[in-house]
Design a protein around this ligand. Structure first.
Ligand SMILES: *[C@@H]1O[C@H](CO)[C@@H](O)[C@H](O)[C@H]1NC(C)=O
Ligand SMILES: *[C@@H]1O[C@H](CO)[C@@H](O)[C@H](O)[C@H]1NC(C)=O
Ligand SMILES: *[C@@H]1O[C@H](CO)[C@@H](O)[C@H](O)[C@H]1NC(C)=O
Ligand SMILES: *[C@@H]1O[C@H](CO)[C@@H](O)[C@H](O)[C@H]1NC(C)=O
Length: 467
């Protein structure tokens, strides 16, 4: 990470702090501190399953399940508290001005929970807001950024999700801009910014920078996840401000629908993400919101949702109760190959659409966004084919259309849900994909002499797990 950037991760101070200790320790901790935030965060967050009805027991259960179900070993290490952890009555301590923790929900405080969670080899995340109140009307951090950052650090917090509710009128952006109004005439889109306006000078950007800088002053690495729903063109200043930035409204466990202009299904979020892929690379990730896998989508939709979030390199934060998880849902979260793509140490960028499919390329469409994607990982070149139709369809990967595939070469096709090689193909590969399901494939060139070229291959499947 370049030293000119002022993100909150304090590598330099850690490194200098450790120079006085033994060399082995220096190397070990240095590596850990310099890698924090380089790849999309993985873990659990309480909002999608528990809303504000949280307590210490729920987080300890989630943490224990991450360990027991083998999710921790796959990289799911953050246990993130969302809205609802503080005391709405007591608000802030009259003397220290620190936010008061709800002692009924968290009898051992956040620090007590952090200790337990750290003891399991996991990390603890917390939630606050750039305004005076959080979205569920608990205390927000506005004008208390320094105190709150210090408090979180003192408690042993490792991650901060920072929301965008309840700020006073003078904190409104001069030119309000929300992605949900992009192709519509929502009445919030009253004032249009002049051509070339720099959104990193907006009040939104300024407010998020205040918390970034407060976190940077702490002697603890606290990953910063901005949750301003893509407002104020956050994708233009997200990477210099945080490790991740939400690009759209809240997610719903639905495929295409939305609730007002606040919460959206998987396809509308995907549609928007496709127009903002170039801003994601190591150290900074567009956040498509926390996972709704296991919360009511069909099994096919769960697979697509998880795969698309993983391949576009969004953070992977589980939002379903882990003690009640079904084997099917768990299998989706535990897809080691998709996780490896998301967490690739060499290829930082997301998969990209090479063809839209139903609609012409670069069509903005919340029901039928791009269906055909390719991406590189250390394991090979990958092709993902989504079926946005309501019926089963045969999807064909035509080698000449896919950047990085040579139509004159032969490839071994590997299916990532079943984790098996399907066979060797040239020119094209076809596969049957259920409604709202996604084919997840890896292509590796077959270079041995003498393999017989059999013409274009066709392979049909019943269900991915039967492969
Ligand atoms: C929606 O936005 C896309 C991308 O900017 C643009 O190409 C398209 O023309 C817009 N559609 C409408 C109906 O404004
Ligand atoms: C984001 O910033 C980091 C440095 O913090 C840099 O390494 C990375 O390339 C940037 N990402 C993009 C897409 O420019
Ligand atoms: C989305 O695409 C489908 C298929 O082309 C089309 O029928 C539908 O009208 C499009 N939706 C919008 C809002 O343009
Ligand atoms: C993958 O790598 C190949 C080069 O091997 C390149 O042509 C292609 O654009 C890359 N694909 C993506 C999505 O970055």
């Amino acid at each position: 990470m370049s030293p000119s950037r002022s993100k909150p991760l304090k590598h330099i101070s850690y490194i200098s702090l450790l120079l006085s200790t033994t060399t082995g320790l220096v190397q070990c901790l240095q590596l850990q501190s310099t890698n924090e935030g380089r790849l999309p965060a993985m873990g659990f967050n309480s909002w999608n399953c528990f809303n504000e009805f949280i307590d210490e027991k729920k987080f300890l259960t989630a943490a224990q399940q991450l360990v027991d179900l083998g999710l921790k070993d796959l990289g799911y290490t953050y246990v993130n508290i969302d809205d609802g952890w503080s005391d709405k009555q007591a608000w802030r301590d009259p003397v220290t001005r620190r936010i008061v923790v709800d002692s009924k929900k968290f009898p051992n405080g956040i620090s007590g929970l952090a200790e337990e969670v750290h003891g399991m080899g996991l990390k603890l995340g917390i939630y606050s807001d750039r305004g005076t109140k959080t979205c569920a009307s608990y205390p927000g951090s506005m004008d208390y950024e320094e105190i709150d950052a210090k408090t979180f650090a003192d408690w042993g917090v490792d991650y901060l999700k920072y929301d965008n509710c309840f700020f006073p009128e003078e904190e409104e952006d001069k030119y309000p801009w929300a992605p949900e109004w992009w192709n519509t005439t929502h009445d919030g889109n009253k004032v249009t910014a002049p051509e070339g306006y720099d959104f990193s000078t907006s009040r939104s950007a300024e407010r998020y920078r205040i918390m970034r800088d407060a976190l940077a002053k702490q002697d603890r690495i606290i990953q910063f996840g901005m949750c301003n729903w893509g407002h104020a063109h956050v994708e233009r200043w997200g990477n210099e401000t945080a490790q991740s930035w939400r690009i759209w409204g809240d997610i719903l466990p639905q495929w295409t629908s939305h609730k007002d202009f606040i919460a959206w299904g998987v396809m509308p979020i995907l549609n928007h993400a496709l127009f903002h892929l170039s801003q994601t690379d190591f150290w900074g990730h567009a956040d498509m919101d926390m996972l709704e896998v296991g919360n009511g989508l069909t099994e096919a939709e769960d697979r697509s949702h998880f795969a698309l979030w993983a391949i576009l390199k969004s953070p992977l934060l589980i939002g379903t109760p882990l003690d009640k998880i079904s084997p099917q849902t768990l299998a989706v979260f535990k897809n080691e190959e998709l996780i490896a793509f998301n967490q690739d140490a060499v290829h930082g960028g997301p998969a990209k659409p090479y063809k839209w499919g139903i609609n012409p390329d670069w069509t903005w469409n919340q029901t039928h966004p791009a269906e055909y994607y390719s991406g590189n990982s250390t394991r090979g070149l990958h092709v993902f084919m989504l079926n946005t139709l309501d019926t089963t369809a045969v999807k064909t990967a035509v080698f000449s259309e896919i950047p990085g595939l040579d139509p004159k070469k032969r490839y071994r096709v590997h299916e990532m849900w079943g984790g098996k090689d399907i066979g060797d193909y040239d020119r094209e590969f076809s596969i049957k994909v259920e409604s709202h399901d996604i084919a997840a494939l890896r292509f590796n060139e077959v270079s041995e002499e003498g393999i017989k070229v059999q013409g274009s291959g066709h392979y049909a499947r019943k269900a991915p797990d039967e492969l």
